[in-house]
Design a protein around this ligand. Structure first.
Ligand SMILES: NC(=O)c1ccc[n+]([C@@H]2O[C@H](COP(=O)([O-])OP(=O)(O)OC[C@H]3O[C@@H](n4cnc5c(N)ncnc54)[C@H](OP(=O)(O)O)[C@@H]3O)[C@@H](O)[C@H]2O)c1
Length: 327
């Protein structure tokens, strides 16, 4: 028997229960059977758990969309992998919070030798997110200022390093001095502690009252209006998450017309729509790690059975960098 996290209801962290299960013998033709070594904890897991994102199937369901592990068996039509390969993935179908699972081969990538299992599970999803946000959704330019909320978070610390590697000048928001120090250490150029300073005024000071061409906002409800006010004419609001809650309804004309702004609400899965895009995104990320432009920041490791504690910690706003779950 194996063990996994199963949720029979949506709700608080307590709905994450540790249960036994067995695997069917037959593997689907185009799938890999993976023995997980490390599982990535992502904010999206809390949206699935709480029910603010719709679930793809009826309950009970095993959550999680990111993990790394070793291939222990293959479907009959899998050609690109062999038993023993080390792989990582960051995509639905849900079900990463477990010891062993079957997963579509075309959504997995091999882990290069210089990255270990915990590093892979901590950075595949968050790192490919920064890749598409900074290089494909909008191409950040050298010397360009931009705003990024939660600069010391999991995605945030990768953003700091990626920005530095291309010479873009990140203005990051944080809630504490120590988070600010960490973001600066990782390459963020300016820190705004939003508990003590007014974010818009600080951005206007830095940009000499011009404002920004792009703002990346993964906090959502609490930061939306501030983000909009930091943009220059024809600026782009990239709303890529909602750690503080869903953005309330907005008057489109009043929000976007005064500066002819653009708005997008992107998702990693739509920027890695096929295996070519997945390979492109993961290779760019792995190359940045190989060149030592980006390193992983794992702040905590929890046992898989303690997934509920890990969710509580992530939602407490007291974390920096990434958290992994150990099967
Ligand atoms: N669209 C995509 O493709 C995509 C992909 C990956 C992640 N995301 C999004 O990126 C964001 C960051 O994800 P992550 O896993 O790296 O999380 P994280 O940034 O490590 O954690 C969330 C951080 O948000 C800040 N925050 C501000 N208000 C908050 C509130 N009311 N409750 C909780 N946190 C609050 C906190 O930082 P401070 O204390 O410094 O404010 C907190 O540490 C999430 O919104 C996630 O959904 C989107």
């Amino acid at each position: 028997m194996f063990r996994k996290i199963l949720m029979s209801n949506t709700g608080g962290p307590e709905v994450l229960e540790y249960k036994e299960y067995s695997m069917q013998e037959k593997i689907n033709d185009e799938e890999l059977r993976i023995e997980h070594q490390s599982i990535g904890l992502n904010y999206i897991d809390t949206y699935h758990r709480s029910g603010i994102y719709p679930l793809p199937s009826d309950l009970p369901i095993c959550p999680g969309i990111e993990a790394s592990g070793k291939i222990i068996a293959l479907g009959d039509k899998v050609n690109d992998f062999k038993v023993g390969d080390r792989i990582t993935y960051a995509s639905p179908p849900l079900g990463a919070y477990c010891e062993v699972r079957d997963f579509p081969a075309n959504k997995a990538v091999k882990i290069p030798d210089f990255i270990d299992y915990d590093e892979a599970a901590s950075i595949t999803l968050k790192g490919m997110t920064v890749e598409y946000l900074f290089e494909r959704l909008y191409t950040l330019k050298k010397d360009e200022y931009f705003l990024f909320h939660a600069a010391a978070g999991g995605v945030g610390l990768i953003a700091c390093q990626w920005a530095k590697s291309i010479g873009a000048r990140m203005i990051g928001t944080v809630s504490t001095q120590s988070k600010g120090d960490l973001a600066l250490k990782n390459g963020c150029e300016h820190i705004i502690n939003y508990k003590e300073e007014d974010v818009t005024s600080e951005v206007m000071k830095i940009t000499k009252n011009k404002g920004l061409q792009v703002v990346y906002d993964g906090v959502g409800k609490d930061t939306f209006d501030t983000s909009i006010s930091c943009l220059d004419y024809r600026g782009l609001m990239v709303s890529f998450g909602q750690s503080s809650g869903m953005i309330e309804k907005k008057d489109l004309h009043k929000t976007f017309n005064p500066k002819s702004l653009y708005y997008t609400r992107p998702t990693l899965m739509h920027y890695n729509l096929n295996n070519d895009e997945l390979k492109l995104s993961s290779e760019k990320l792995f190359n940045k790690i190989k060149n030592k432009e980006i390193k992983t920041n794992i702040s905590d490791k929890f046992k898989l059975k303690d997934a509920s504690k890990a969710h509580m910690k992530l939602e407490s706003r007291n974390t920096t960098g990434s958290i992994v779950l150990k099967p």
